[in-house]
Design a protein around this ligand. Sequence first.
Ligand code: NAD
Ligand code: WQD
Length: 336
Amino acid sequence: MRILLTGGAGYIGSHTAVVLTQAGHEVVILDNFCNSQRSVLERLKSILGKGLLCIDVDVRNTASVSKALRDYQIDAVIHFAGLKAVGESVQNPLKYYANNVQGSISVLQAMQEVGIKTFVFSSSATVYGDPKYLPYDEDHPTQPMNPYGWTKLQVEEILHDLSKSDPQWKISCLRYFNPVGAHDSGLIGEDPNGIPNNLMPFISKVASGELPQLNIFGNDYLSKDGTGERDYIHVMDLADGHMAALDFLSNNSGWHAINLGTGVSTSVLELVEAFEGVIHKKLPKEFVERRPGDLPIYYAKVDKAKNTLGWEAKRSLQDMCRSSWDFKKKNLSPAQ
Ligand code: NAD
Ligand code: WQD
């Protein structure tokens, strides 16, 4: 298949590009590099032994997206392109609705114009909001707690309406839990600028000495050890999940929301301990106030992915920590 990956230069997109290419698919990346580096393309070339086609364009440029779909005779689109910083979405909601919702509409309009109807969407567990029960299954009520989450839910709704209007559409909304880890080569991974918002990149920067200590947000939650619990999933498992979704859609039309997680709930302290086990040293850490807006615990029910996609996560917490650390060691800032 020829697959267009919008946002394919980003963290999850680049790992998915590797998995799809190595499985024999032809991948074209479309990205405006607002949150990724062009050097990712060279790194992908080193991993794959061949370069991937890349179009430097904003997804909101519908004419350019249509042209790409036509020029490269694309069969399916995986739409990763989006902004993902929850805090920034609260400060600047219009930026998020414009990029994530308008951007998705633009890609879908281009697809409709060209007659391509297979679409995989990067959704998020954040669409569920405050848990009414756990693990979240796909029928759990959806009530996002921030504008970022609403952009994901709104696009899901648009996709649902689209599939009802034309039964030929084949749509999968993949609700990712907490993606972490990196490709085994250590060449691609998650590399946020400055102080990371997310736990794993923060731990990596403490381990490398780029940050002095880990601040653990709260130790008085009603959780296994008082710290927050999440469902961390290895980014390579997530990438495999996208291929499974495309395989599934080749035989199934309609709209399908599917959780991609491990079904395992891990506390902050458990993740830190696993990381310390990998690097054979203790990390400086301190308990601080809860982070506003954080949920105490959430994790996925993964039966639907298993039953419909025939996919389940295989990699362990140690694999996630080891690959994150390998990536960090290969990508230390010049001062380190
Ligand atoms: P990322 O920021 O690393 O990758 C997103 C890519 O999209 C970047 O390369 C960026 O330059 C590009 N992009 C953004 N807006 C664009 C636009 N208007 N036109 C063209 N390109 C654009 O993020 P990621 O972690 O790889 O996430 C990929 C997708 O998965 C996002 O939609 C995100 O919301 C979603 N998601 C991520 C997580 C997570 O924790 N990483 C969890 C759930 C869902
Ligand atoms: C995990 C746990 C923190 C940093 C966010 C988005 C969500 C999704 C994934 C896209 C929590 C604790 C963290 C730190 C800490 N993205 N923590 N010290 O909050 O589950 O999800 O990313 O869809 O929408 O909200 O992930 O990695 O930020 O936090 O103690 O320095 O680690 O309190 O319990 P989160 P996270």
